[in-house]
Ligand binder design. Structure first.
Ligand SMILES: Nc1nc2c(ncn2[C@@H]2O[C@H](COP(=O)(O)OP(=O)(O)OP(=O)(O)O)[C@@H](O)[C@H]2O)c(=O)[nH]1
Ligand SMILES: [Mg+2]
Length: 248
């Protein structure tokens, strides 16, 4: 993936207020301390925005509210939290003494967390291009939200030295078609959310996670020659359903 940090740095300079978007299913995993540090060094206000809140129980995310502040829960898909977010942006701008008619808001985060989708939801129509494939937005894009707010969409970035490809596949930074060992990722998913995959595919829980994947493959008839469950192909299908937000 190309290095987009130069775009992110420019946006941090340019914006009055920054949003750091976090995926509701992986809030801690999508925090980016490098972005947070850069925003802080520039003395700009930062609002944490938990996206895709339609994919989790509300209760799940309430606990994060205490740790990360200020924090707004949104769903671009269901159009939730938009008014709260708008208010919070204007509050932060005022607190910072920004007197301009129009506040410039930089939208930052990991690839695929829903930056472009949120901007579209705030605007009320499609203006920023979105995709299930990560790395979709490739440069900065200015999009007028309304007469008070101008959004700057950015390409997603991951911390410099972070090489955790399993985590990146869970987040969707690496998409399911490109994952080398999808079975390892699915096992991490099952460890993180016990019972979720099993209940989605309606199979019994089993301490042996490989057997769970095999069981699902048998049920779905995803088999190799000779009728043996095709673990890798099944795991890739599971990842696809996860990345598309079907499994929850
Ligand atoms: N369920 C659900 N899915 C969402 C929501 N917001 C975005 N998505 C999905 O997440 C995927 C990525 O959305 P984008 O808006 O393109 O994400 P991005 O952060 O701009 O991604 P890059 O430009 O690649 O960094 C798409 O498949 C969207 O449909 C949401 O609120 N709920
Ligand atoms: Mg985008």
């Amino acid at each position: 993936m190309p290095n987009f940090w130069n775009v992110v740095n420019d946006v941090i300079q340019e914006a009055d207020v920054l949003l750091l978007l976090l995926d509701a299913r992986l809030v801690n995993e999508t925090r980016n301390l490098e972005i947070e540090k850069r925003v802080k060094n520039n003395r700009k206000p930062l609002i944490y925005v938990i996206t895709k809140s339609d994919l989790v129980d509300r209760k799940e995310n309430e606990k994060f509210r205490k740790e990360i502040n200020p924090c707004v829960l949104v769903s671009a898909k269901k159009h939730l939290g938009k008014t709260r977010l708008r208010q919070q942006i204007l509050i932060e701008a005022k607190r910072k003494g920004i007197e301009k008619d129009q506040v410039t808001v930089g939208v930052l985060g990991y690839p695929n967390v829903g930056k472009s989708s949120l901007i579209n939801a705030m605007k009320g129509r499609r203006a920023a291009s979105t995709s299930i494939m990560s790395g979709h937005t490739k440069g900065m894009q200015m999009i007028k939200g309304d007469n008070r707010i101008m959004f700057l969409d950015t390409p997603g970035v991951i911390p410099f030295r972070e090489k955790d490809w399993v985590k990146h596949t869970l987040i969707g930074t690496i998409d399911f078609t490109k994952s080398k060992d999808p079975d390892l990722v699915v096992m991490r998913l099952m460890e993180k959310f016990p019972g979720m995959v099993e209940s989605y595919y309606k199979v019994k829980k089993n301490e042996d996670l490989e057997e769970v994947i095999e069981e699902i493959a048998r049920k779905k008839n995803i088999l190799k020659k000779g009728g043996v469950p095709d673990m890798k192909r099944m795991a890739r299908e599971i990842l696809k359903d996860w990345q598309k937000g079907e499994i929850r």
